[in-house]
Design a protein around this ligand. Structure first.
Ligand SMILES: C[S@@+](CC[C@H](N)C(=O)[O-])C[C@H]1O[C@@H](n2cnc3c(N)ncnc32)[C@H](O)[C@@H]1O
Length: 281
């Protein structure tokens, strides 16, 4: 077993995408998310914002979100990812029967297009070497009057993850993927599964809301163990993760000349992540 030690400066987005591909390409076919999770990730956007529109996903993984968004009838759908997960994204999209889609293997930070009515980037910016360059690409690829929507890990509400999971991730991301998936992530996912299910069971008990990751636990406890395992592996396999503050997001939105300042939103999700978006002018 070989460990791959690299300094932070040596890690590239390609390393991150390669690591994610080991996660996406070892999953069973189909979306890893339920319809309810998909809708929650997209809100405040609804079917009305998608139907008949051109839609781009930056960092599409295995197409798990794209496989749901086809039900909202976009006019066309394009997914971009730097990793070999494009193979499973193509398979998952082919299985939907939706014809007007394309999966492109490319670096999203350099991606150029004629512009889309809606660009979304979910769970990606916080893994980039330069998250702001990812945000720039989201805006660059959105047409005038088009919408954009992003989701990132928050600096706020993640003390337990930053203190406990991050040190482990720094080591685990250097092991072979199968070791991280089956030897490290599997038992940790089991422990968190028991914790989250207990928090959910006790959700009406006074004082339980101060439990670490309370809202996140209530959310994830709706799912089965295999989803916990997927999330734990995703957390541990990536060589790069940052936690983004609300102040940073607000400054990105405030200072970008193409973002309409009257049409932005930033909202906390599950107590430990940010959804944000708006309209481009
Ligand atoms: C946590 S996954 C999220 C996938 C998908 N958006 C979802 O929510 O299921 C992050 C994805 O970003 C991709 N990625 C990371 N850096 C990238 C880059 N510079 N260009 C394109 N994709 C990148 C990874 O390959 C990975 O599939």
């Amino acid at each position: 077993m070989r460990l791959q030690f690299r300094s932070k400066a040596q890690v590239s987005d390609k390393d991150t995408a390669d690591a994610f591909a080991t996660s996406w390409n070892t999953l069973p076919p189909g979306s890893v998310y339920t319809k309810r999770q998909f809708e929650d990730w997209f809100s405040p956007l609804t079917q009305e914002d998608v139907a008949g529109r051109s839609v781009l996903e930056l960092g599409c993984g295995n197409g798990s979100l794209m496989a749901h968004i086809v039900d909202w009838r976009p006019h066309k759908l394009v997914g971009v990812d730097l990793g070999d997960s494009v193979a499973s994204a193509r398979r998952n999209m082919a299985a939907t029967g939706f014809a007007d889609y394309k999966i492109i293997q490319a670096d999203l930070t350099a991606f150029e297009s004629d512009g889309f009515d809606l660009v979304y980037c979910i769970g990606v910016l916080h893994h980039l070497q330069n998250p702001h360059a990812g945000f720039e690409s989201v805006i660059r690829n959105t047409k005038p009057d088009g919408r954009f929507h992003c989701w990132v890990y928050a600096r706020e509400g993640n003390a337990a993850v930053i203190g406990l999971v991050e040190p482990l991730r720094r080591i685990a991301s250097k092991f072979p993927w199968w070791f991280t998936k089956y030897v490290l992530a599997a038992p940790l996912a089991g422990l968190f599964y028991l914790y989250a299910k207990t928090v959910r069971l006790l959700r009406n008990v006074p004082g339980i809301k101060i439990a670490p990751l309370y809202q996140y636990s209530i959310w994830i406890a709706e799912r089965e163990y295999t989803f916990f395992h997927h999330v734990a592996f995703d957390q541990l396999v990536t060589p790069a993760t940052v936690y983004i503050s609300q102040a940073t997001i607000r400054s990105w939105l405030r200072t970008h000349p193409r973002v309409d300042p009257t049409k932005t939103y930033v909202s906390m999700r599950n107590g430990n992540s940010w959804k944000f978006g708006g309209t481009v002018c």
